[in-house]
Structures are given as structure tokens and as C-alpha cells.
Design a protein around this ligand. Structure first.
Ligand code: BF8
Length: 666
């Protein structure tokens, strides 16, 4: 590059960076008053994600807003714009597709490796080697066995579990064929995947091939690269994540609705506070169970505390909330605030979405930060390793460490008096049961509600928080706007915790819902926003969508359903994998907050919208303006209603007691 061009390039970069800064200024850090109170009441300047987001701006090239960065070989990093190429000749579109493919491979790996650990745990449980664990949901085990083609006749539960574990683990290493769980999808959907050659063969295989194809000088056709990205994402949604959800239900029970409370106000001033954080539920389920044990409670009392209070953050919280009602005190952006209260004796973390800053932050407080997974150590933390066979012993040791730390509280305790009620625990099994009743469980009433227009559609609002935008704002805004217009909202991950903290995950929220949705919620006794669990539990949404299709009356495929997905505050690579497997399953998906890392390539954007729409009947796009996003989602769903010929609103029939009883008794 000559000197003039170099100067031009630098100037353009600065200009882009400047524009980008203006667009992304966050006025309010959070809509969660508890988090705002904690951050605003800090007496000394302590670095948090909110302060760092002000001083460290995102690189416009790295985030693929005004160009793209390729660093897959040491001749670069190459900064590439439209009409320029990297040293090897790679175009912007090729680099964008490659980078996205790698992000998806990482996101799918995270979910699937979690699923693998659950399968491994099931194998040890079947051999009675997993301390404190046994199979709690035999029915669910039989169902998974059936889906994996395993016979359940004349065999003990442990024999079946052992074979289910073995078969599940084999899905990771399969080299050819198709992973079994795709057969849960409607037949038409499976045929679409086969037609475009994107059916996952083996979970690990797809990730490895994605990494290979994006290595220097291999796959250079953006569409071909993105087809492999789709196959990788499908191996997550219909593979690793689905196994994670199914096996967690088998080991810890399939969730049913339960009441709980959320937010930082659930920390207790006079009790030993233990925060469970991360994504793998096993150790945390045991900690939560043991925290009521008389011996441990007495030990806490002997140290001056009134009891033991286990609360959670992120998806470990969602998992243990769904089955034991443990309070989610916060989502991704609340993790530092929890320590800043000065009331946390111990935070035990496993894997994923754990900020490294916790190590330094914990040192300033009396909080002990404990890492438990060999896969995730943090400088400054104490490592107490969970190895599947030491659950109870380790959980007790962790609880005792927390109790012993109670006396070391030194900082001012600052627990905001803010908490909200919530209802969680909506597994797909329970939704079918609650709609149809005990003897005739069915999705029929839901399908009928959609067909007659009382429910206009189903929208999944999922995914993370992102410090570049106001914490929880988009999650809560969209959920309220959608239920108002008669769209049933399903939630997972940090989005679910956002809605819970905002107080709209309770039946009372039906007062904000439209008339049609309200009539269904009242008859069935559910909130208009359903908490489906953690991020791997997005696989529950795939199962629900498949069951709705199977029930009939709403087309033959997931792409026919009046449904959409939104990740309005996405941050993690896992969200890109989720968005992609939903799009490839036939769902319209919109991301907001921060751009998806292909924004500068018109060619890749076209493939992921028009191209994927044509091939898979779904698409994935970024829409910055949240109102435009809302409008687009509604338009997409209304177009699907029109195609199904259910767009003409039927006369609203006021439901008398008999009609309500009918709905309950179907
Ligand atoms: O897996 S929503 S910030 S906590 S990645 Fe992480 Fe995103 Fe939260 Fe759960 Ni999901």
C-alpha cells in the first residue's frame, strides 16, 4: 500500500470508529434498579464491566461493521473492505463467512461439550459411581432411549441408562450417517436438510470440519462455508444441546412449574450466601440440595449465621431454578454486582459466561471465588475440582468453606431491597400436559388458540446481556410489546432472568397481555411469558415447534409456523450457533444490540437472508433499531398466518365457564 492510500485508510478507520462510538453510547447502564443501585453506591472507583465498556471501545474492523479482519494466518491480520482482498486474495465475503463459521463452531462446542459431560455423568450414574446421583426421571429416560433406537423391554433402569449414555457419547464421534435426534423434527424438515446436505453426521466431526474448512487456503466459497456453519449449528441444537437438556432432565427431573423470587434482594444479610454461576448444573444441584441439611445448617449457626442461602447467576441459576426453585439473583451483567454487595461468602463457578474480572474483584471483598471445572480455571480463584464421582463430598466442602468465611465479612453490606416473584419450570412435557390435562395431554388447545387468532404467534426471546447496550432493556421491552399484541413469549437464558427481575414472568402479567392471549392464560393458568430454562434448553423450543407441527392444522413444517426468534442483547458465540440452528430449522431470527460479525459483507448478508430463506425457510439478520425489529418480527409472523389462511381474525367469543372447562378438559 502506498503512503497516500495508507493515510486514507487510517483516516477512514478513525472516521468509522468515531461514528461507531456515537451510535453505541449507553446512557443508562441497566434497567435493573438493583444493579444501578449497587454500581451507583460504590464508595471507591472499582472497575466493572460498565466502567470498562466506557473506556474500551469496540474495534470497528474487528466487529465487522466497516470492514473485516482476517487473522487465520501470520501474513495478516489483514483488514479488508469491499473491493479489497487479504494478502492471499481472500475477499470480504469469504473472510466474513469464515469468521462466522468459526464463531459458530466455538458456540456449538460450548453447548455440545456440556452435553457430552452430561452423557458421561449418566454413564457413571448408571454404574452407581456418581456420588449422590441417581436417575430421577425414568419416563424421560425411556423416551430418550426410544428416540435413540434403544430397546427398553425387560431391562433394568441402569442397563437402559448405560446404553443411552453410550449411544449419546457415540453421537459425538460418528463419522458418517445422521445423528439420531434430527428425527424429532418434522419429516419435511429432515428432507430439506438432506436435500441441501447439511444433516450433521457427528457432533465433533462438524466442529472439526468447520475449523478445517476455515483454515488458510481451504474453503473459499462463502455459501459453501456457511452450509458447513449450518451443519455445525444443527449438531448443537439437535445434538449436543438436546442431549444436554434430555439427560439433565433424566438425572435431575423434568421441570414442572414452580414459584420463586429473583434479583439481588434475595441475598440475605444474616445468612451464609453461596452463589452458583456458570452453566453445568450437576455440582450446583447437589449444593442446593445439601444446603438444607440439618448438620450444615447447625454448622452455619455455630458460626453466627442464621442459615445457608443458595442463589444463582446465569444458566446454572436457570437450571437449578427450574428444578429446585433456587433464586436467580441476576444474569450475565449482574455477576460483578453480586460480589459488590459485600454479602457473598462464596461464588462457585463451573463453565461459560464467567467474567475473568471476578478473580480481581473477589480479592477486594471477603468473597471466595471457587472454580470447579478442570476446563475453567481463573487467576485469583481457589480451585476445588468436581470430577463427577465426588459430588456430595465436594459440595459439603464448598458449603463449609462458605460458612467458615461468614466471619470474615469486612465490607459494608449493601443488598438492594429489590426482588420479584416469578414462575419457572415450563418443560415441553409440562406444556403438553397443562394444555391437555393428565389423560389427554396434547398441543391441540395451543394450536387451536393460534388458528383462531387468540394467540397470534409464538416468539422466543433468548440470549445474553451485552454491556454495549442498556442491560435487560430490549429483553423486557420486546416481551411486553409482544404479549400486548397477543404473541405468546417463550424465554431462556439471560433473557428469562431479565423478564423475571422485571416482574413480568408471573400470571399477573396477563393484565399487560392482549385480550386473546389473556383468555388462554386465564383458562390454563399460565403466565403470558414462559420460562423454558437455560440456553441449552433452547432445544426444548425445537421440540415444542416439532410437536406443534405434528399436532396438525399449522402446516407441515416448522417454517410454516407463525413463530420467530429474537436475540436482542446477544453477546456470546453460543448465541450465533443458536440463531443459526433456528434459522436452519425454518425460523425467522433477528439479532439486535451489537451487529453480527458479517455486517460489512452485503454478499454474506444476502446468503443469510434471501439465500437461507429460499433453502431452509428461515433466516438470520441483524436489525439495530428495536422498533423496526419488532415490526419485522410481527410482519413475518403475519405473513405466515396469511399463508396458512388463518389471518382473518375470528369474532371474539367470550368464554363462559363451560368453554373454559372444555379447554381444561380436552
Ligand atoms: O448460556 S444467555 S450470557 S449465561 S450465553 Fe451466557 Fe448468553 Fe447469558 Fe447462559 Ni446463554
Amino acid at each position: 500500500m502506498d503512503k497516500d492510500n495508507l493515510e486514507k485508510d487510517i483516516k477512514l478507520n478513525q472516521q468509522n470508529s468515531q461514528e461507531y462510538k456515537v451510535k453505541n453510547t449507553v446512557d443508562k447502564i441497566s434497567t435493573d434498579e438493583a444493579v444501578c443501585n449497587i454500581i451507583n453506591s460504590m464508595e471507591e472507583e472499582i472497575s466493572t464491566i460498565f466502567s470498562r465498556s466506557k473506556s474500551l471501545k469496540p474495534c470497528p474492523i474487528g466487529s465487522a461493521v466497516s470492514g473485516i479482519c482476517c487473522k487465520n494466518c501470520s501474513m495478516g491480520p489483514c483488514r479488508v473492505r469491499e473491493n479489497t482482498t487479504g494478502l492471499c486474495g481472500a475477499t470480504l465475503a469469504t473472510i466474513a463467512a469464515r469468521n462466522l463459521g468459526r464463531h459458530i463452531a466455538a458456540g456449538a462446542s460450548a453447548h455440545s461439550d456440556h452435553g457430552r459431560d452430561m452423557a458421561h455423568l449418566l454413564a457413571l450414574t448408571a454404574q452407581n459411581k456418581a456420588e449422590g446421583l441417581k436417575i430421577k426421571d425414568e419416563l424421560k429416560l425411556f423416551r430418550l432411549a426410544k428416540n435413540l433406537g434403544i430397546s427398553t423391554n425387560d431391562r433394568t433402569v441402569n442397563e437402559i441408562a448405560a446404553e443411552v449414555a453410550e449411544k449419546s457419547l457415540s453421537l459425538f464421534g460418528n463419522q458418517t450417517g445422521e445423528i439420531d435426534l434430527i428425527k424429532i423434527a418434522p419429516k419435511k424438515r429432515q428432507d430439506i436438510w438432506r436435500k441441501y446436505n447439511v444433516v450433521p453426521r457427528g457432533i465433533d466431526r462438524e466442529v472439526v470440519e468447520m475449523m478445517h474448512r476455515t483454515n488458510m487456503g481451504v474453503d473459499q466459497d462463502p455459501e459453501n462455508i456457511l452450509d458447513q456453519a449450518i451443519r455445525t449449528a444443527l449438531s448443537d441444537g439437535w445434538g449436543g444441546s438436546m442431549l444436554g437438556t434430555e439427560i439433565t432432565d433424566i438425572l435431575f427431573t423434568t421441570p414442572v412449574p414452580l414459584a420463586a423470587k429473583s434479583n439481588l434482594g434475595m441475598l440475605k444479610k444474616d445468612e451464609v450466601n453461596i452463589v452458583i454461576h456458570g452453566h453445568e448444573p450437576t455440582l450446583s444441584e447437589i449444593i442446593a440440595e445439601l444446603s438444607d441439611q440439618e448438620e450444615l445448617v447447625q454448622y452455619a449457626k455455630s458460626k453466627g449465621a442464621n442459615g445457608i442461602n443458595v442463589v444463582g447467576i446465569c444458566c446454572t441459576a436457570n437450571e437449578v431454578l427450574m428444578r429446585q426453585g433456587v433464586a436467580p439473583i441476576g444474569n450475565f451483567l449482574s455477576q460483578e454486582a453480586a460480589i459488590l454487595t459485600g454479602a457473598v461468602e462464596l461464588m462457585v463457578v463451573d463453565i461459560q459466561c464467567i467474567m475473568q474480572s471476578l478473580g480481581e474483584l473477589a480479592k477486594k471483598y471477603h468473597t471466595k471465588l471457587v472454580t470447579s471445572s478442570p476446563k475453567a480455571k481463573i487467576p485469583g480463584a481457589i480451585h476445588m475440582e468436581f470430577n463427577e464421582t465426588n459430588g456430595v463430598t465436594l459440595a459439603k466442602e464448598i458449603i463449609k468453606t462458605a460458612i467458615d468465611n461468614f466471619k470474615n465479612r469486612k465490607e459494608k453490606i449493601c443488598i438492594p431491597e429489590i426482588k420479584s416473584d416469578l414462575i419457572a419450570g415450563f418443560s415441553h412435557e409440562y406444556i403438553r400436559y397443562m394444555l391437555g390435562g393428565r389423560f389427554r395431554e396434547s398441543f391441540r388447545p395451543l394450536n387451536d388458540g393460534i388458528i383462531d387468532g387468540r394467540i397470534q404467534g409464538i416468539v422466543a426471546i433468548v440470549g445474553c446481556n451485552n454491556a454495549r447496550i442498556t442491560h435487560d432493556d430490549y429483553h423486557n421491552y420486546l416481551a411486553k410489546e409482544l404479549i400486548k399484541r397477543d404473541y405468546l413469549v417463550v424465554q431462556t437464558g439471560c433473557g428469562a432472568i431479565a423478564n423475571a427481575k422485571c416482574g413480568i414472568m408471573v400470571p399477573e402479567a396477563m393484565e399487560f397481555a392482549g385480550e386473546g392471549l389473556r383468555s388462554i392464560c386465564e383458562a390454563v393458568g399460565i403466565p403470558p411469558i414462559l420460562h423454558l430454562g437455560s440456553c441449552v434448553d433452547n432445544s426444548r423450543i425445537l421440540t415444542i415447534a416439532s410437536e406443534i407441527v405434528k399436532e396438525g392444522g399449522l402446516g407441515e413444517d416448522i417454517s410454516d409456523l407463525p413463530a420467530a426468534g429474537i436475540a436482542p442483547e446477544w453477546m456470546s458465540e453460543k448465541a450465533l450457533s443458536i440463531g443459526t440452528y433456528f434459522a436452519a430449522s425454518g425460523v425467522y431470527v433477528a439479532f439486535s444490540g451489537q451487529p453480527i460479525p458479517i455486517e460489512s459483507s452485503q454478499e454474506v448478508k444476502k446468503i443469510m437472508t434471501e439465500g437461507w430463506q429460499e433453502k431452509f425457510g428461515g433466516q438470520l439478520e441483524y436489525i439495530q433499531d428495536i422498533d423496526l425489529l419488532l415490526e419485522k418480527v410481527i410482519n413475518v409472523i403475519q405473513a405466515k398466518r396469511k399463508a396458512l389462511k388463518i389471518d382473518i381474525k375470528k369474532e371474539r367469543v367470550l368464554m363462559d365457564m363451560e368453554a373454559r372447562r372444555k379447554l381444561q378438559d380436552v
